[in-house]
Design a protein around this ligand. Structure first.
Ligand code: PLP
Length: 387
């Protein structure tokens, strides 16, 4: 028997920003001060009310398996959130709780795709999407999302990409890496396309709550032919807790639950209990963090423009700025490493998010205002030294 790594594993593209993080950490461990604007990991501690709820749950013995679909209280709280926030009725029976938004992607694409089925994705997009699709035998089909269009895919280009094997269009608004939002008219048009072609919209809503100028809209306001993915990582500063959920059309719920039963069993019991408290009691903490992100955003966007980067479309959400850095170099990966080594500033290379991201850098402002000021000062010096 040949001893080799599977083609499936080898086909998964590395998440380059994680290599950037490793390099930044290596330099830090040797005493270099690096301003970290690379990862989308909130710098805030998880709010006390959530941590205390987890402690209380552990103490009261919430340490065993739960239903694979998740604790009824948590699913009720998610359902109530859809009703209050968007005026949409989502039955608890249509929700499967997962260990983060990422496993919800496996459930979604696992339940939806047969080999050769296609998923339409934007380019650039969150890098895990095409990897999940390919890993599960599907085919990612990319449609450009251009800076000059506010990083919205054009509807005529989406429709031209729809073929007999298309199963769904994946969207992510507010978006990583672009920090932009799809307006409700786009969501309505996408819903109409799904209905016209008998396909689905998969909407990753993990950055809902972090739109600083507008109001969030779920895809479920516009169509029932939709899956929603969401999680607690970003809004509640809970990246390491691993909690999320999938809302699916009824016929996909049981298959998703069965995948969950086999591959993950259930999400952590006490984390689910804490998640219920996050949804019902952490509102003031969320408002506080949101206000600070917005303050940073209002500083960093003009500051990055001043140091020479181009930001055509104002980012208004999701603690990211996706800046055109071609004035400093066409190769975003090479530029990222230069900036770490020479300026002591870590960003994420645009190429990580697809060929459409080449020439761009993603700056995360999930770090303090003070560090952002320091990062900008360093970039200014570095840019001046380039002549
Ligand atoms: C768009 C998007 N979806 C999903 C995730 C992963 O979220 P989780 O921590 O809930 O798995 C991220 C993390 O950066 C993200 O940016």
């Amino acid at each position: 028997m040949p001893d080799h790594v599977s083609a499936r594993a080898l086909a998964v593209r590395p998440f380059v920003v994680m290599d950037v993080v490793a390099r930044a950490k290596e330099l830090q461990s040797r005493g270099r001060d690096i301003v970290r604007m690379d990862v989308g990991d909130p710098d805030f501690a998880t709010p006390d009310v959530i941590t205390k709820a987890a402690e209380a749950a552990m103490e009261s013995g919430d340490t065993g398996y739960t239903q694979s679909a998740g604790l009824p209280d948590l699913r009720d709280a998610v359902s109530a959130r859809f009703a209050e926030k968007y005026g949409v009725r989502v039955s608890c029976d249509d929700i499967v709780v997962t260990q983060g938004t990422s496993p919800a992607m496996l459930l979604l694409f696992g339940a939806l795709l047969d080999p050769g089925d296609e998923v339409i994705l934007s380019d650039p997009c969150y890098p895990a999407y095409p990897n999940y699709v390919s890993f599960l035998g599907g085919v990612p089909i990319h449609v450009r999302a251009r800076a000059r269009d506010g990083f919205r895919m054009r509807l005529d280009e989406i429709e031209a990409a729809i073929g007999p094997r298309t199963r769904c269009i994946m969207i992510n608004s507010p978006s990583n890496p672009m920090g932009t939002v799809l307006p409700p008219e786009d969501l309505a048009a996408l819903g109409a396309l799904a209905e016209k072609h008998g396909i689905y919209i998969a909407s990753d809503e993990i950055y809902h709550g972090l739109d600083f100028t507008g109001q969030d809209h779920t895809i479920l306001e516009f169509t029932d032919r939709a899956f929603v993915l969401n999680g607690f990582s970003k809004l509640y500063a809970m990246t390491g807790w691993r909690l999320g959920y999938l809302v699916a059309p009824r016929e996909f719920v049981r298959p998703a639950e069965v995948i969950q039963q086999n591959f993950f069993l259930c999400a952590n019991h006490f984390v689910q209990a804490a998640g219920t408290v996050a949804l019902t009691q952490a509102g003031p903490d969320v408002a506080r963090m949101r206000e600070m992100y917005d303050e940073r955003r209002r500083y960093i966007v003009p500051a990055l423009r001043e140091v020479g980067l181009t930001i055509e479309h104002e980012p208004t959400a999701a603690f990211y700025v996706f800046a055109d850095a071609r004035a400093w170099g066409e190769d975003s990966l090479a530029l990222t490493y230069r900036l770490i080594e020479e300026a002591g500033v870590a960003a994420a290379p645009g190429i990580d998010f697809g060929p459409g991201g080449e020439g761009f850098l993603r700056f995360s402002y999930a770090t303090s205002l003070e560090r952002l000021h320091e990062g900008v000062a360093r970039l200014k010096l570095w840019a001046a030294a380039q002549g």
